[in-house]
Design a protein around this ligand. Structure first.
Ligand code: NAI
Length: 353
């Protein structure tokens, strides 16, 4: 049986909090982890040499060229320490290299962050904080609205969307849902109703995005959909940046059609998010324009960032790697290399890799 102490992990985009949580979780596994602060890029992919697996995060983009380098360096597994996998070129990895991810680590973390953005924007907490710190106790311009009785539209009613719906029901809101695969039993239990997208655009006071980024959902929020929304709508995005056409959002904010926006993700976030640019110039004019609105609240992809979520991410990622290398995979799995189902003998002996 493979000894986990011999499995070497090249860990990209490592931050101090990643190291803290992964080192603690690794006490139960014993992998050899090398932490690299750099993103996985065509220039840094060579660092994978001498390792068995790489561990990456949401802004490490795995392209065809990078997959070629990983294969040449005998990397057998890409372990995503995230749930979304839109940063992987799936055609490039198909039948060449395995990918594992963390499908759920704390949907509550992201759902609660989405609601935090709603409450902050509504009651202007971000502005009040600066005012009172500056000795300004004037409340003019901080007028909000009661959430009770208002309508929220939740797009994507999976793990996160359902929790958001549940929290908003707790506020006494009417909740509308839209999903390609409606979960009617949960809708009945939580007390929300499924509607078509046009109804959702038309009736929602607050819109919140919790669907994955796919070909169908790229720029779901665009000029045409914004035009159908209630004037003054609040838009919250903790899903993926590309769900929103940022330029159309800016136009909507300028005209007042969009009343406010809470963005935990941004189309071109991999340039900026998770890094400190406080002493340099932001050259992305779209991001700079979004940051200039006082009714836009941008957070840096921190929806997942709770203690509980990081503990789960570390433990599940390392367990995924252990399962892969200890060959505990299911009998129904197809060997990615030879295509044989279940009992591929070469897979069991490791020769298929
Ligand atoms: P999930 O897979 O449980 O739910 C996604 C839901 O979206 C499913 O019900 C699915 O049927 C639905 N869906 C798929 N295509 C759709 C479409 N075209 N239109 C409407 N609905 C569609 O995923 P989960 O865990 O709820 O996460 C949702 C998204 O949140 C992830 O895809 C990820 O992009 C994002 N996320 C963001 C984080 C952050 O830190 N900001 C952290 C974790 C996830």
């Amino acid at each position: 049986m493979t000894d986990l102490k011999n499995i070497k992990i090249a860990f990209f985009d490592a931050k101090s909090y990643d190291m803290d949580f992964f080192n603690r979780a690794n006490a139960d596994f014993g992998f050899k982890i090398t932490y690299f602060s750099s993103h996985l890029t065509i220039e840094t992919a060579a660092l994978s040499k001498g390792h068995d697996t790489i561990c990456i995060f949401v802004n490490d983009i795995v392209t065809q060229e990078i997959v070629d380098i990983l294969i040449a360096n005998q990397i057998r597994l890409i372990a995503l320490r995230a749930s979304g996998y839109n940063n992987i070129d799936l055609k490039a990895v198909y039948r060449r290299i395995h990918v594992v991810r963390v499908p759920a680590y704390s949907p509550h973390a992201v759902a609660e962050h989405a609601v935090a953005l709603m409450l902050s924007l509504n009651r202007k907490i971000h502005k009040a904080y600066y005012r009172t710190h500056d000795g300004n106790f004037n409340i003019q311009g901080l007028l909000g609205f009661d959430m009770v009785g208002k309508t929220a539209g939740v797009i994507g009613t999976g793990q996160i969307g359902k929790i958001v719906a549940q929290i908003l029901k707790g506020f006494g809101m009417r909740v509308l849902g839209y999903d390609l695969f409606p979960d009617k039993a949960s809708a009945t239990r939580i007390g929300f109703e499924y509607v078509d997208l046009d109804t959702l655009w038309k009736e929602s006071d607050i819109l919140t995005l919790h669907c994955p980024l796919t070909k169908e959902t790229v720029h779901l929020i665009n000029e045409a959909s914004i035009a159908k929304m209630k004037p003054g709508v609040m838009i919250i995005n903790t899903g993926r940046g590309m769900l929103i056409d940022s330029k159309a959002l800016i136009e909507g904010l300028k005209s007042g059609q969009v009343g406010s926006a809470g963005l935990d993700v941004y189309e071109e976030e991999n340039e900026y998010f998770f890094e400190d640019f406080s002493t340099s110039v932001i050259t992305d004019d779209v991001l700079a324009r979004l940051l200039s609105f006082n009714n836009v609240l941008v957070t840096s992809h921190q929806g997942f960032f709770t203690k509980e979520a990081l503990q789960n991410i570390a433990a599940i990622t390392l367990k995924n790697i252990k399962i892969f290398f200890l060959e505990e995979r299911t009998e129904s799995e197809i060997c990615y290399k030879c295509g044989q189902q279940g009992g591929c003998v070469r897979k069991q002996t490791g020769k298929c890799f």
